[in-house]
Design a protein around this ligand. Structure first.
Ligand SMILES: C=C1C[C@]23C[C@H]1CC[C@H]2[C@@]12CCC[C@@](C)(C(=O)O1)[C@H]2[C@@H]3C(=O)O
Ligand SMILES: O=C(O)CCC(=O)C(=O)O
Ligand SMILES: [Fe+2]
Length: 371
């Protein structure tokens, strides 16, 4: 297992990206897994098969549901348009995130993640600290419900800047959460469970009523040598699903299999949100929907901001495959029930081994298709 270099202040003492005229050894990206070296399909050239699917929520129910189902099965991700979240809500959130990252290092360092793998604050998420190299990015993680407490650390005077920031995040949170509930309903329809009152209706309600959310703001500074650095290394999201608001600068790439290749998600669709399926949704759907490896690359000319909004179960919920009462006879749950924290522990342990934590909770190996 690769050992991580020591990181000061729980990962909040970032390298001074602004002053960099080269990528130092500490940030020089090295491939860990085979996928890391897979070729990149140029966004403009991405034809037919490699064009990222687009789900338009305005397309009447059945057609949008069918497109979402195929995309979740075949890609584990898609672009979501017609989602109804007002432009100005997205624009304000993005603008405020940019203002946060533009603050002096000392202001941001006041909000450093606390020791012991704390899940909120400014700095590198604990899981990413396991990588042998640091990434070309700054990050800030927080549960949106706690935004007013959390950001007192950055703005102790609680002045106008503080209020503008918190109001924009609260608006973004409310919109994303409502959208999360709508997408959950679409996914349940797609799974053909909507008519199954026990497996469908009850579980859907339980998941919807207990959904938890986490916001993680990413800022990828422009980079003097983008091919030598990485913004965010290849990973799957561990929760149910993630909405990513990305700035007009491209950078997000999705891994497609057979043959392995990275497809760049176009950033030109105004106000489109990207939906990424996470590992626990992979489990919930018994592998029908796929969690997807994705990463963020950096570029020479511009900073890039992304604002992933992670939706998942509460910490004490056991997530198990949903088996519809109408499932074909003989179909079995392929995954063991697991809570989010249990899953995170497994994933930590497997870090650097090239084995997905999903393999650890897989039961009926012989029936399982490749993931
Ligand atoms: C709710 C979440 C989702 C987290 C953990 C926690 C807060 C930060 C998220 C990320 C963001 C960066 C990649 C990732 C892999 C990471 O290390 O931190 C994500 C992770 C996950 O999806 O597992
Ligand atoms: O920056 C992006 O587009 C992706 C961010 C992401 O995947 C994450 O934070 O988990
Ligand atoms: Fe991610």
């Amino acid at each position: 297992m690769p050992s991580s270099p020591p990181v000061d202040n729980n990962g909040a003492a970032y390298f001074d990206f602004r002053a960099a005229d080269r990528v130092p050894e500490s940030h020089a990206w090295t491939a860990l897994n085979e996928e890391d070296s897979a070729p990149v399909v140029a966004a403009a050239a991405a034809p037919g098969d490699d064009a990222v699917p687009v789900v338009d929520m305005r397309d009447g129910d059945t057609s949008a549901v069918a497109v979402a189902a195929r995309a979740a099965e075949e890609w584990g991700a898609f672009l979501l348009v017609g989602h109804g979240v007002p432009d100005d809500v997205l624009a304000r959130a993005e603008e405020q995130a940019a203002r946060l990252f533009a603050l002096p290092a000392a202001a941001k360092a006041r909000a450093a993640r606390r020791p012991g793998g704390s899940s909120t604050g400014y700095g590198v998420p604990p899981y990413l600290l396991r990588y042998p190299k640091r990434m070309w990015a700054e990050g800030y993680t927080f549960p949106p419900a706690a935004v007013r407490d959390e950001f007192h650390r950055v703005w102790p005077d609680a002045g106008d800047d503080y209020h503008r920031f918190c109001a924009a995040m609260e608006e973004y949170d409310a919109a994303m959460r409502a959208l999360g509930e709508r997408l959950l309903a679409m996914f349940f329809k797609a799974l053909g469970l909507a008519g199954d009152e026990v497996t469908g209706g009850e579980t859907e309600r339980k998941i919807r009523d207990t959904l938890t959310s986490t916001l993680h703001l990413n800022m990828y500074p422009k980079c003097p040598d983008p091919d030598r650095a990485i913004g965010l290394a290849a990973h799957t999201d561990s929760g149910f699903f993630t909405f990513i608001l990305q700035s007009p600068v491209p950078g997000l790439q999705l891994l497609r299999r057979r043959p392995d290749r990275w497809v760049t998600v176009p950033a030109g669709t105004p106000r489109a949100l990207i939906v990424v399926v996470g590992d626990l949704f992979h489990v919930l759907t018994n592998g029908r929907f796929h969690s997807v490896l994705h990463r963020a690359v950096v570029n020479w000319g511009s900073d890039r901001i992304s604002m992933p909004y992670f939706l998942g179960p509460p910490a004490d919920m056991k997530v198990a495959p949903l088996m519809a009462s109408g499932s074909p006879p003989g179909s079995k749950a392929v995954y063991q029930a697991v809570t989010w924290p249990e899953y995170m522990v497994m994933r930590e342990k497997l870090f650097g081994t090239n084995v997905s934590a999903l393999t650890m909770i897989r039961v009926a190996k012989e029936e399982d298709e490749e993931t």
